[in-house]
Design a protein around this ligand. Sequence first.
Ligand SMILES: Cc1cc2nc3c(=O)[nH]c(=O)nc-3n(C[C@H](O)[C@H](O)[C@H](O)COP(=O)(O)OP(=O)(O)OC[C@H]3O[C@@H](n4cnc5c(N)ncnc54)[C@H](O)[C@@H]3O)c2cc1C
Length: 318
Amino acid sequence: MALLTVDEYIATIRRRKSMEIWFRGEKFEDPTTYPALAASFNAMCKVYELARHPEFSKLLTVYSPLVDERVNLYTAPLYSHEDAMQKTRMARALAEVLGCCSHRCTGSEAVSGLFPLTYDVDKDLGTNYHERQVEWIKKIQREDLACTATMTDPKGHRKLKPGQQPDPDMYLRIIDKNDNGVVVTGAKVNQTGAIFAHEIVIVPTSAFREDEKQYVIAGAIPSDTEGLKYTLGRTPQDLRLGDDPEEMLDAGKKYADHQAAIFFENVLIHGNASLCVKSGNIPAECWSISPPFTASPQEDAKPVVSRCCLEPPSWRLK
Ligand SMILES: Cc1cc2nc3c(=O)[nH]c(=O)nc-3n(C[C@H](O)[C@H](O)[C@H](O)COP(=O)(O)OP(=O)(O)OC[C@H]3O[C@@H](n4cnc5c(N)ncnc54)[C@H](O)[C@@H]3O)c2cc1C
């Protein structure tokens, strides 16, 4: 089974290239030993542990036709109503154990949201985004990689469109295209679990108009990609204890999550090596069905994603 042990997961995170991570104005090197992140790292490790636990494994894993073995459900597109229900049950079970975000959920929603979208776009436009996404999904399944979804742009002045912002970095945007892929600059905020993820999955923050194509970008890059800078946000589990006796918020919580702002400075998203859906030939309306951030299917709900693979031709949510 393509499931990392906790020790293997920790080793993969420690093997990453040095990342630029800041907290309260100071840079730190190793997030796996950083006190403010201890409870968050514990939670991530627990999620890996439970996927191999005899009592949890069936719920937390699923057979993947892409790699012909059981994989972590967080790395799998949703093929059926049953898959969606299993995912919700998994979320409930993990919430019972952790009492916080499981860290791997947001990336998983981006994976399953983009899966039918890239399929449909390819059918309409003759592109090969789906094929590339499938290759990338096989990699994250075989290597059991944790993904985080970077959706939320800072957005700046909410009444102004992206191109009208006084600060152009309020929306992640494409600033260059070359033979290797696209180069992006800007930021994403409130990124849960980003510092302990292997892969950063970029999805647009909202629907964009035809003249806003430079903001329409979906792709996946390793979290230690050159040009990424992380700023860890504050949580009740961080270093407030000791700062201020009035703020005795640390009750010894074992599990917690973290949010980080990610700054992108001329970051290359490889067009061939990883999933990369470029702007320029994606109809703007496609992005109005950008991935749901959370899924709470009801017992009688109809499948809303990934039917494309079972029932071609193209299925589209309008
Ligand atoms: C704990 C936590 C974890 C998170 N984790 C992630 C994550 O892992 N990845 C990720 O991508 N994001 C994450 N987020 C971000 C979250 O997705 C966003 O906060 C959410 O999508 C809302 O976006 P926003 O904060 O920019 O709010 P806004 O878009 O500013 O919206 C705030 C409110 O103002 C309203 N509003 C906005 N603009 C206008 C306008 N022009 N006119 C009228 N009303 C308006 C909105 O309808 C809303 O009610 C996280 C957030 C939290 C709190």
